[in-house]
Each structure stands twice: as structure tokens, then as C-alpha cells.
Design a binder for this molecule. Sequence first.
Ligand code: 13P
Ligand code: SF4
Length: 303
Amino acid sequence: WPFMAPYVKAINELKRERDAVILAHNYQTPEIFHCVSDIVGDSLQLAIEATKVKASTIVQCGVHFMAETSKILNPEKRVLIPDSRAGCSLASSITGADVRLLREKFPGVPVVAYVNTSADVKAEVDICCTSSNAVQVVESLGVDRVIMVPDQYLAKYVASQTKVKIIAWKGACEVHERFTGDELRLYREADPSVKIIAHPECPPDVLAEADFTGSTAHMINWVKTKHPKRVVMITECSMADNVQAELRDVEMVRPCNLCPHMKRITLAKILDSLVYLREEVTVDPAIVAPARRSVERMINLNN
Ligand code: 13P
Ligand code: SF4
């Protein structure tokens, strides 16, 4: 993509001038993921890395809740998102007020929030989780019942992996809920040797067809270590593109679904973000401390 080279050069130069680092999620397009990012990863890796950033500015290439998490962990730093309209169907499915109502309905039951939530929600819950540590987080609470918000499918997946009873919210990821078990069975019928790996935001009939289920980082790791001949990555499309750029001999079998929110982030907008220092992410100072406690409680489980 020769037309992208000037953007890549300008971004990498301006990053140094601005004392900025670029944190990018695994769903960012290859030219962002491979050419301008300093740190890439799944939601948990990005949150952990955000706590270690030395630079004064973070440019978050991902969706808004990820930039908010970086800001919660770095209230004194400037956190920029190239397009603040990059939302998430899970994050927009629940509010802090909803969590308060759940607590009234189920008194004394701890609440676990997926990081795909607003700072407002994080401030109301006991602990956060991501798709890579959800079972561990739920079991760390030492109780027999927890409320998990907002992803009903991640909650179902966790319930299948633990004895803890899960009370779920009704949110869903608009990207992963579109996959069906039927389409995966067709891929398997066409080639019984194909490997299918899926993200736990998928519905149960999809996960039932998968050879492996895990977070985006765990899925990438699985492909890198198992090195299958042909694999279907049941998740956002850019994941397969990013892995393909590194592993030329693994055939990536589609289908995949695009996340329209992740795709709002482009090289042109990243450059704009660095030139004009926009769009700055802010979090209500009153909720920074309680939201941070929920995120740090999760991070500290592995430290
Ligand atoms: P992970 O990268 O944590 O698996 O999350 C996937 C996702 O949907 C992010 O939007
Ligand atoms: Fe949200 Fe799903 Fe997009 Fe991730 S892929 S940002 S969970 S809508």
C-alpha cells in the first residue's frame, strides 16, 4: 500500500516529537497494527501495558472504552482517541444506574464487569474482567453466585467453565453474535481437517463447534503455537489479516465479521490526532478512583 507510507512516516516522526505512544488493539487494521503501534494486544494486555507507559501522551487505537481505561489508569496523562465515535454495542448496553438496580435486586451478590463497559459502570462494580481472565476473576471472589455484565454470551461461556452460578445481563457484541453454528458446520463439512477457533463473545452454538475458545491474544497465540494448515478465526476480520502478515504458510479461512467501531480508526485520523492533539479522553474526576479500583483489582490478580 504505497499511498500509506507517507502517513506511516509522519505518524512515527510526530509520535517522538509529541512524546506519545500508540496502544493498538488486535482488531486494528494491519497498517496500524504492524506499522505505527508501539504496543499491541488484547484488552487485558493493553490495560496492563497502560500502567507502564512512561510517555506523557497515549494515543489509543481501539474503541472508546479502551481509551477510557487508559485514562482511568493514567489520570495525569493526555489520552487521545483518533475518533471518539468508536463505541461498542456491549459498552452501550448498560449504565451505572442499571448496576445499582441489579444490586438492589440481588443484595450482597458481587458484580463483575467486562472491561467493555463505560467508566461509569466500572465505578459501580466490584471488579473488572476481560475475555482472557473472566473465569479466574469470577472464582477469585470466593462466592457461589456472581452477577456478570454486560455480555450474556461471555457469561454463558464462563458458566460452562466454573461451578459458580452466573447471573447475566443481556448485552451482546454486534460482531460476534452474528456468527452461527450452522455456518461453522458447513466449513467443517467442506474440510474436516480445518481448525476453528472462536472468541467467547460468540453464542454457545458457535463455541460448541470450536476447537479452541479464547481472547484475541489467546487466539493469536494458539495459531502461532499450533501452526494449523487451515484455520477459521471466528472473530473480527483484522485479526486474521494481522496474523497472516506474520504467518504466510497458514491459510486463513474466512468468514469473519467487521467491527464498524474499530474500523473508525484510520492512519489519517491517527495523524490528525497527533497534529491537533485530539480527541482528548476525559473521565469525570468523581468516578476515576472507584473505576480504577475495579480495573486494578483485576490487574493485581496476576501481579
Ligand atoms: P479481547 O481482545 O480482550 O479478547 O476483546 C475482544 C473485543 O471485543 C474487544 O473489543
Ligand atoms: Fe465492541 Fe464487539 Fe466491536 Fe469489540 S468487536 S468493540 S465487543 S462491538
